[in-house]
Write a protein that binds this ligand. Structure first.
Ligand code: ASP
Length: 435
């Protein structure tokens, strides 16, 4: 490379990756709006980015969780697990109430009519089956399928068993040495995965451009305008939940930290979630943010984040509230308080049982609308703008996973306060230019 090209390259790399992705996000959206349909041809480049991220999910969960498990006793795990699940449930319930309140305030469907469309309803997963499914009958099969809950279960059990063996056997025995070797390999494996995350994020700059160009190339402004109120209502609800619940109450109120610090630490995960519409797909970035930016102990984030990506979906659940009011508006009906309570319970349960993949919020919507006896055609009507709504929901979902993780880590003294975001150093660690 000539010296001017290499200095240009190093200047480019010195810009924090999240800004470069942000610019790609905006430019891609504009390109899609201007270029229209032909830009949907870029979709495979975006898909490649998503595949690269998905490639790391199972190994990063396995390696980091195994590292974390060696410091966990079953009783600590029980306590951390209980607090984590409780926080996830409480924040999701708050999200749905905010969604309903904003929906009631904005009345996003007023002025529109129900357009008849074909809707494929899918069955929402049964909570009993979800709970039973946590225990894999074949751990390698669960890994191969990318089924996160059974992978978490097996890895935790395996990690705790290894840690117990290490205590039980003397240091000069083969078993003790073997366990140490496994933990060493796993530690190197986890570091290697974090390295890969940043490599993938470099490619993500092109990937995000392609994803946004393809989204807006398909949707176009004309398709979006009738639903502007719905999109605006969800954006407002997401803004309120992030601002009040995560930043003001959790960060400022409970952790006593600056909300800006939290946003600085979470921004790569937030932008990735906005771009790829999947909390599971964003998991490698979320975990890397928890580890490198927030300095959270492995035994906490390696458990709470994969769990959160699977069961905690504040944005998705909140959307059910906004969309239920939207649907009621369309048929000129007001939801009673009792019906709104039904939305809270249904959306809360469905969000636990629905996977963090693109579009799962729409599946949940069929469930909520059926429960309320509202027209299912609404699902077909909003499907066209769902790629936009899904971005907001997913960004909220991932931010919620990280906010609750910082909270649980705070409760269990598992945060290194000298880590970059808390100590206020200029850039969070872990961005490639710091390597
Ligand atoms: N795409 C969301 C997620 O992965 C789920 C949804 O709301 O559709 O978290």
């Amino acid at each position: 490379m000539s010296s001017s090209a290499s200095s240009l390259w190093s200047r480019y790399r010195s810009i924090p990756i999240v800004y470069r992705i942000g610019v790609a996000f905006v430019l891609g959206s504009l390109a899609g709006l201007i270029g229209g349909e032909p830009l949907t041809a870029l979709q495979p480049i975006g898909d490649l980015f998503v595949r690269l991220l998905k490639m790391i999910i199972v190994p990063i969960v396995f390696f980091t969780l195994l590292m974390g498990a060696r410091r966990l006793t079953p009783s600590t795990l029980g306590r951390i697990g209980g607090v984590t699940v409780l926080c996830y449930i409480v924040t999701t319930a708050i999200a749905i109430v905010i969604g309903l309140a904003v929906g009631n305030l904005v009345d996003p469907g007023v002025g529109l009519d129900v357009v008849s469309t074909d809707v494929q309803t899918k069955q929402a997963p049964n909570i009993g089956e979800v709970l039973l499914g946590i225990v894999p009958t074949n751990p390698l099969g669960a890994m191969a399928e990318g089924d996160i809950l059974p992978v978490i279960f097996f890895t935790l059990v395996f990690g705790i068993a290894l840690a117990l063996l290490q205590e039980e056997f003397d240091a000069d025995t083969a078993v003790h040495r073997g366990v140490e070797t496994i933990f060493d390999v796993v530690e190197a494996g986890a570091e290697a995965m974090f390295k890969i995350v940043w490599g993938v994020m470099e490619f993500g700059i092109i990937g995000v451009f392609a994803l946004m160009a393809a989204t807006f190339g398909t949707a176009g402004v004309d398709a979006i305008v009738p639903y502007a109120k719905l999109i605006g209502a969800l954006a407002l609800a997401v803004g309120i939940h992030i601002g009040l619940t995560y930043l003001l109450v959790i960060q400022r109120g409970i952790l006593g930290e600056s909300p800006i610090a939290f946003l600085r630490g979470a921004r790569e995960a937030m932008v990735t979630a906005l771009s790829i519409r999947s909390s599971s797909g964003t998991l490698p970035v979320t975990m890397s943010n928890a580890d490198e930016n927030f300095g959270i102990d492995e035994e906490i984030y390696s458990f709470s984040l994969p769990l959160g990506a699977t069961i905690n979906m504040d944005g998705t659940a909140m959307y059910q509230g906004v969309a239920a009011i939207f649907a009621a508006n369309l048929v000129g009906q007001a939801l009673t308080l009792g019906e709104q309570f039904t939305v809270v319970v249904t959306a809360l349960l469905a969000s636990i049982g629905t996977a963090g993949v693109p579009g799962s919020g729409l599946i949940m919507l069929t469930l909520v609308l059926t429960q309320l006896g509202l027209p299912l055609e609404v699902v077909g009507m909003v499907a066209g703008v769902d790629p936009l709504l899904d971005r907001l929901r997913t960004m909220n979902n991932v931010t919620g996973d990280l906010a609750v993780t910082t909270l649980v880590a705070h409760v269990y003294n598992g945060i290194d306060r000298t880590a970059s975001v808390w100590s206020g150093s200029s850039e969070p660690a872990g961005t490639p230019q710091d390597d």
